[in-house]
Design a protein around this ligand. Structure first.
Ligand code: PDD
Length: 284
């Protein structure tokens, strides 16, 4: 079945869906995006994703393409038209279509909006989680505003590809000796006292929505958390490691640069958190 996309006010089969070559997203990466989940027909962590999206737009001085309520309606339509119940929805907003010029286009240029949806299975990554994944470390060469969910992702792509090239699932980005986050996920370790350690929110990382929910699950499970930077050496010496993102949920990490973390198997804390997270997503 051909999937249906939403493009600037219309629904169209993917193969017919088009944007202008003068879309500023295409020419300048001048835009932002969100990836969120729909579980059993309901939006999961919707407010978190929409609040972050509105913040990304504000920080880049872009107008919202439509109200939150309207966006929710389009999302619902897209999921339904694609015959989905559990879905991963991609939302991209760019600073519209205008002749190429670094200066912003006229204020009345509408923000362009594209949305796609695909099937998502909350249990789909369970087999991978049971084995755990490997990460490698890469220098964090991104700009100073990693907190904005910009579509400008070249450093992230280079890091992810470097990981893929050596059979790893993710690259952990390292700045000034500290792990900031993954190329498309937040990075966590479990220290020798069983406490979670993850980089604090700030300009250096994307404030993951899964990260927020994982923090809340940790509080519920009475697991201690330190929101502070950790070094690669600390990560190598940790008892566990894991990553979080909308697509990975909570995913155990078993090797860093090929060296085992802890006993080299998915850790109990990461697996407990994953279960707690999935339970919340189902009950939302
Ligand atoms: N990536 N950090 C980065 C750099 C990310 O790209 C992502 C998400 C996250 C986790 O954010 P969240 O928990 O809200 O998904 C952290 C998405 C999934 C992507 O680019 O496909």
């Amino acid at each position: 079945m051909t999937m249906i996309a939403y493009v600037n006010g219309s629904y169209a089969p993917m193969r017919d869906a088009q944007v202008s070559i003068e879309d500023r997203g295409y020419q300048f990466s001048d835009g932002i995006y969100e990836v969120c989940l729909c579980i059993a027909g309901r939006y999961w962590d919707f407010d978190g994703h929409l609040t972050r999206m509105e913040r990304s737009l504000r920080e880049l001085r872009m107008d919202a393409p439509m109200s939150r309520d309207a966006l929710q309606i389009v999302m619902g339509q897209l999921v339904r038209r694609n015959g989905l119940k559990d879905a991963l929805v991609y939302i991209q907003a760019t600073r519209g279509v205008a002749p190429r010029n670094h200066v912003f286009p006229p204020a009345d240029t509408p923000t362009a909006l594209v949305m796609t949806a695909k099937r998502f299975d909350l249990d789909g990554s369970d087999a991978i989680a049971a084995k755990g994944v490997g990460v490698i470390t890469q220098p964090d060469i991104r700009w100073g505003r990693a907190d904005i969910k910009s579509i400008s992702l070249l450093p992230n792509l280079l890091a992810k590809q470097a990981a893929k090239d050596v059979g790893a699932a993710e690259a952990w980005l390292v700045r000034d000796g500290a792990v900031t986050e993954g190329s498309s996920s937040n990075a966590w370790i479990v220290d020798r006292d069983g406490a979670l350690v993850t980089h604090p929110k700030g300009f250096e990382i994307l404030g993951g929505i899964t990260r927020e929910t994982a923090l809340s699950c940790a509080a519920e499970l009475q697991i201690k958390v330190h929101e502070r930077a950790f070094t690669v050496a600390e990560a190598r010496d940790a008892s566990e490691a894991f990553i979080t993102s909308a697509t990975n949920l909570v995913m155990p990490v078993i090797t860093i640069d090929g060296a085992p973390v802890g006993n080299g198997a998915p850790g109990p804390v990461a697996l407990r958190l994953r279960e707690a997270y999935k339970l919340r997503a189902r009950q939302a």
